[in-house]
Structures are given as structure tokens and as C-alpha cells.
Design a protein. Structure first.
Length: 411
């Protein structure tokens, strides 16, 4: 149902033109302050503009470049992956040293339209779904939309004062989200610096002065691979033992400890398939495929079976679990990958990885500090997730007119 005072129209009712960039050759390197550059398609994602995603262009190529990103306009991707085709962003300021490529358009507004409001419309779930259906292309990685498809997109249009008020309201949420994102980034940077100091012995905690021991990872833990998981036993939401796969590490709530699993089995099934559970407080990770290069580690919260694409590090009596977890976060598995078509690592190469490590009590103190830093980041991440969910719900209400904003007489 059309809200009172709104009009049913199309994007073309709000946009006077779509400026098109030009494809120019450039050097794929960081741009210096006095240089000019052409944007990459990756410079634009939903609501995000990365000015550093660009290629430096020479003075000769500069003669062909023509369209700069301008304040108060929207840049939209006409050609991209299936997920990002149609992605758009509102431009906050002029960028005289950057130029658009041929795969990015810039919207020139009509006088009765607010581009910030339109940017929220274009990034809404409904618009993204529409672009996904409209996009064409035979390539599995690149899809395209046409000018007529973009300009012909149907939308509900409120009066200009209401457009502006909706945009201001949603911008408040964007600023709050941006603030928390910066706090998370700073928190992670600070924790990384702390890890580099504490896990190498460069910084010693009060009360500890004994020399660290030189050895191998295998001196403080035992590495073991997981078990094959037959499809017939998969899909059970309840049971005695969780049977996790690599994907379970990404479940909400599993950012450090494995608390949830998509598959559970009984002890009798575990015995039948000869799958032995790993003890709680083991550190688990991917051992094969692209996932191992992401360097994700998790701690088992209870006895758990892991599949054969995973491996576990079981700490011995001289090793604190949280210390082992933090230590393994610093190890880049890409440097330990075996030769082969598919990346993989084995127990022996991990066991022979050289380390320096302190006595158990110092490990515990180091782990406690780093765990506190993790909890700070986790709390901020939870706050960020809540803000994004609240903004999403608010967008759904404001952009459809289900919830109206009060507009001042002066707009």
C-alpha cells in the first residue's frame, strides 16, 4: 500500500543522468598524494567507499579520464560479482584526484531528490534482490545491469523534506556503527601488539624473571586429526556429542569457544563409526583446503568429535589451553603448507615448529591478559551486531512508509 503523500515512481524520476567513467590503464600500487588514479570496481560495496582501491594512472592516460567522484552523488557498480552488482555508495566529498572506470556509474540528482535517501533505497534488501534478478552475464564471477534496468527500478518516493529526514535518521545509525567499527579495529590492533610482546617474552609480567625454554610446539601439546563423518549420520540437532566441521567455527557464538554445532551424534553412533571425541579445552583448526589459510583457531568447550578436515592440539600438563590458543593464533599456516594441489598441513610439521615458552604460571598470566583483550573486542562486536540489526529493521520501516518521520515545517 502506498503511504499517504508518497508517489509510486522509478529511479529515473530522481536522477537526471548517469555519468560513465572510462577504462584506462594503471599501475596496481598505492597512490602517492600528488598522483591521479582510476578506481577499481572493488572501491564500491554496499554503503562503503574505499578510496584506496585504485590504480595509479600516467599523465598520458589522464587525458582520457573524465569523471571524478563528487559530493552528494551516488556511485553504483554496473558490473561486478553476482553479490555486488548494483552495489552503491553515497559520496561525502569531492575526489579530484580519482576517476571512475567504465564499470562504475555516478548518479546526477534532480532538484527534488535527496541522494543520501536514495542510497539507502538502493542498498535495501528489496533493491538488492531486484538487481540480483536483473543482472545478466555468462561469467560465473561477473554480472551486469543496464542503464534502463537501473533507471526503471520501481520505488516509493516520499516528498523531499521526508526524504531528507529519513536520510538524517539513518545516518545517525551509520555514524554509531562507524564509531564501534573503529573501536573494534583499535582493539584488535592493540591486542596484536600485546601478543607480539607477551608471546615472545619481549615484555615480562611482574613477578616473572625465569628464562623461557626453547623447544617445539610438540613439547606442549599433541596434534591429532579428526574422523570421517558419514552423511547418513549428519543433520541431527541433538545428541550426546557434537560433531563439528570447519564451518561450525563460523557459527554465531563460536568466535573463541565452540559452544554450538550443526550436527550431534550419540555415543553408540560414535562407537560404530570409530570416532573418538577430543577432550574439552583442545584447540581445533582446519587442516586442509583454503580454510586453513584463514588461520582460525577455536577452543572446545566440551568433549567433541571433529571431522577429518580438522585437527586438534591437545595441551599437556605443562601447557595452559588459553595460552596455546593465543600462541597458535600467531602461527601462519601458509608457511607450513605441504606441496600439492590442495593446501594442507600435517602433525609432524606442526609438532616441529620452533617456539620459546615460559612456565605454566606465567602462561596463565599471559593468557589472562590476552583473553581480557578478546572479551573487550567480543563485547564491541556484539554491540556492532545489535546496531546493524536495529538499523536494518529501521530501514525496513522508514523506507516503506510503515513508520513515518515527523517533518519540520522548514524541512
Amino acid at each position: 500500500m502506498l503511504p499517504e503523500g508518497w508517489l509510486e515512481g522509478r529511479v529515473s524520476n530522481l536522477v537526471s543522468a548517469l555519468e560513465t567513467g572510462v577504462s584506462v590503464n594503471g599501475e596496481n600500487r598505492p597512490k602517492k598524494p600528488d598522483e591521479k588514479a582510476v578506481l577499481k570496481v572493488s572501491a564500491v560495496s554496499y554503503g562503503c567507499f574505499d578510496k584506496n582501491a585504485c590504480k595509479v594512472i600516467s599523465n598520458e592516460e589522464l587525458k582520457r579520464a573524465r569523471i571524478n567522484p563528487k559530493a552528494g552523488r551516488i556511485i553504483i557498480s554496473r558490473s561486478n560479482t553476482g553479490k555486488l552488482v548494483g552495489a552503491s555508495v553515497f559520496i561525502e566529498k569531492n575526489y579530484d584526484d580519482l576517476f571512475l572506470p567504465d564499470k562504475l556509474w555516478q548518479m546526477v540528482p534532480k532538484s527534488h531528490s535527496d541522494m543520501r535517501w536514495l542510497s539507502y533505497i538502493l542498498s535495501s534488501k528489496k533493491s538488492r534482490y531486484a538487481f540480483s534478478n536483473l543482472a545478466t552475464g555468462t561469467s560465473g564471477s561477473m554480472k551486469n545491469i543496464t542503464k534502463s534496468e537501473l533507471l526503471g527500478l520501481k520505488i516509493f518516493i516520499p516528498p523531499l523534506p521526508e526524504q531528507k529526514k529519513i536520510a538524517r535518521t539513518l545516518s545517525t545509525w551509520d555514524k554509531a556503527i562507524e564509531t564501534v567499527e573503529k573501536l573494534i579495529k583499535n582493539s584488535k590492533t592493540q591486542k596484536k601488539a600485546l601478543m607480539q610482546q607477551l608471546l615472545t617474552g619481549k615484555r615480562r609480567l611482574p613477578g616473572f624473571d625465569k628464562l623461557w625454554k626453547k623447544g617445539y610446539l610438540g613439547d606442549i601439546c599433541l596434534f591429532k586429526g579428526g574422523s570421517a563423518f558419514k552423511e547418513v549420520y549428519q543433520g541431527e540437532p541433538e545428541g550426546k556429542l557434537p560433531f563439528i566441521k570447519v564451518s561450525d567455527m563460523n557459527l554465531p557464538g563460536n568466535s573463541i569457544y565452540i559452544k554450538y554445532a550443526n550436527n550431534w551424534i550419540s555415543e553408540s553412533v560414535a562407537k560404530e563409526i570409530k570416532a573418538k571425541p577430543f577432550p574439552a579445552e583442545s584447540v581445533v583448526f582446519a587442516k586442509v583446503g583454503a580454510a586453513l589459510l584463514l588461520n582460525k583457531r577455536r577452543i572446545l568447550e566440551q568433549e567433541t568429535i571433529i571431522d577429518n578436515n580438522m585437527m586438534a592440539a591437545i595441551p599437556n600438563n605443562d601447557c595452559n589451553t588459553n595460552y596455546l590458543y593465543q600462541l597458535m593464533l600467531t602461527i601462519d599456516f601458509a608457511k607450513l603448507v605441504q606441496d600439492g594441489v590442495v593446501p594442507s598441513i600435517n602433525q609432524s610439521s606442526l609438532s616441529r615448529f620452533k617456539i620459546w615458552f615460559p612456565k605454566l604460571k606465567e602462561q596463565q598470566q599471559i593468557a589472562a591478559l590476552l583473553t581480557t583483550a578478546d572479551k573487550k573486542t567480543e563485547t564491541l562486536q556484539q554491540k556492532l551486531d545489535c546496531l546493524k540489526q536495529e538499523k536494518k529493521a529501521l530501514m525496513q520501516q522508514l523506507l516503506t512508509g510503515k513508520r513515518r518521520v515527523k517533518v519540520d515545517v522548514d524541512g
